[in-house]
Design a protein around this ligand. Structure first.
Ligand code: NAD
Length: 354
């Protein structure tokens, strides 16, 4: 399909297709906007049966990064890369080297980091060929960097508490029932933070053993992944897949609040309206889950200045997430627009695309 005819094309500034015959690397780097700074966003390593789907994913995800970075007040634009894995998910040092060279060839317009299927160690390999990579190992106790998921979980935890205060009028989380879908890097850490505050937790994961083990550790309940969305609760927190808030998903929900870290939770924009009509307070995903990109962006910007980023600076910025959410909910209430529509409009205004 021609790029310009792809429904996910949103005036992207540049899309680069990479095919390195020697290493077997096939990749897409999409730059949505560099209006606020270099396009920053991770690299996804994923098997796509159809290569057009990889392009669509890169277009969609890079637009999401523009919105996320703009709303996190970062001097970064939006970009995303996708490495097209074969069916066996073969990933070689040669492929990562070729990918690093492709990032370097963009001269700093695109900054990469971890995403699904890519590790800190992969970033180290890429960094041998480009300086435009972040999410590298931490360099000291008080420095920022490394795995972004603890920072993502921290931001979700703070934003979820703000949503509970806003909708339920509760100042703390003791006894508040939170249902967590997906207990991986983000969902698992979020569960631990909430358990510390005495929240009542119900956990579900397609990896049932993972959810059960965490539930046993935290004194929580585990239910099967296919039941998790219909458990009556105060907060439903999706931390697994995107597009779960479709007609069927929303119909299952028995909650007052949706606040989780999964990217692209709304299957379509109108699902934000359906949530609203069902009396559910929605916490726009890319505002809530920005902690990880805040960490890797601050790490990158500091390194460009020859400094080591301090954890304190990252935490200070993550602590702003609840304020941004309150601004969105307040505008939503005064204008009648949904929180997701308000957030999109704010992001587009910041990108100069109002
Ligand atoms: P992860 O792979 O560590 O964890 C995902 C978990 O979800 C796994 O345990 C998996 O078994 C489970 N899962 C998959 N499908 C499921 C289903 N249908 N029902 C229940 N559980 C299911 O990934 P992660 O890093 O924790 O990321 C989780 C989500 O958050 C993803 O959507 C990711 O894009 C998003 N996100 C992550 C970060 C980060 O810093 N890691 C930042 C922003 C957004």
């Amino acid at each position: 399909m021609l790029m310009w005819n792809n429904p996910a094309f949103d005036d992207h500034e540049k899309v680069t297709l990479i095919h390195d015959v020697r290493s077997g690397l096939a990749a897409v780097i999409a730059l949505h906007s560099t209006h606020l700074g270099p396009g920053a966003g991770g690299t996804r390593f994923w098997h796509y049966p159809d290569r057009d789907d990889a392009v669509t994913d890169a277009l969609r995800l890079s637009q999401g990064m523009s919105y996320k970075n703009a709303m996190a007040d970062l001097p970064m634009g939006g970009g995303k890369a996708v490495i097209i894995a074969d069916a066996q998910a073969t990933k070689t040092p040669e492929m990562l080297a070729a990918f690093g060279k492709a990032v370097e060839a963009l001269g700093g317009q695109y900054v990469t980091a971890e995403d699904v299927g890519m590790s800190e160690q992969d970033m180290v390999r890429i960094a041998a060929h480009t300086t435009h990579v972040t999410g590298l190992p931490v360099q000291g106790e008080h420095s920022a960097g490394g795995d972004p998921s603890p920072f993502t979980a921290m931001g979700i935890y703070l934003g979820l508490a703000a949503a509970v205060q806003h909708r339920l009028g509760r100042e703390d989380l003791a006894g508040v029932h939170v249902v967590i879908q997906g207990t991986g890097s983000v969902g698992g850490r979020l569960a631990r933070l909430l358990a510390r505050d005495g929240a009542r937790l119900t956990l579900g994961d397609v990896d049932a053993k993972r959810a059960q083990a965490l539930a046993a550790e935290l004194g929580a309940e585990a239910v099967s992944a296919d039941r998790i969305m219909s458990v009556p609760c105060d907060v439903f927190s999706p931390n697994a897949l995107g597009a779960i808030l479709d007609d069927h998903g929303i119909e299952q929900l028995r909650t007052q609040i949706v606040a989780g870290g999964a990217n692209n939770q709304l299957a379509r924009p109108e699902h934000g309206r359906i949530l609203e009509e069902n009396g559910v307070l929605y916490t726009p995903d890319y505002v809530l889950n920005a902690g990880g990109i805040i960490s890797v962006a601050i790490e990158y910007l500091a390194r460009q200045d020859g400094r080591i980023a301090e954890r304190e600076e990252v935490v200070g910025r993550i602590e702003q997430i609840p304020n941004r959410l309150r601004e969105i909910w307040s505008e939503s209430e005064s204008t009648g627009r949904t929180p997701s529509a308000v957030a999109d409009a704010m992001a587009r205004a910041r990108l100069g695309r109002a």
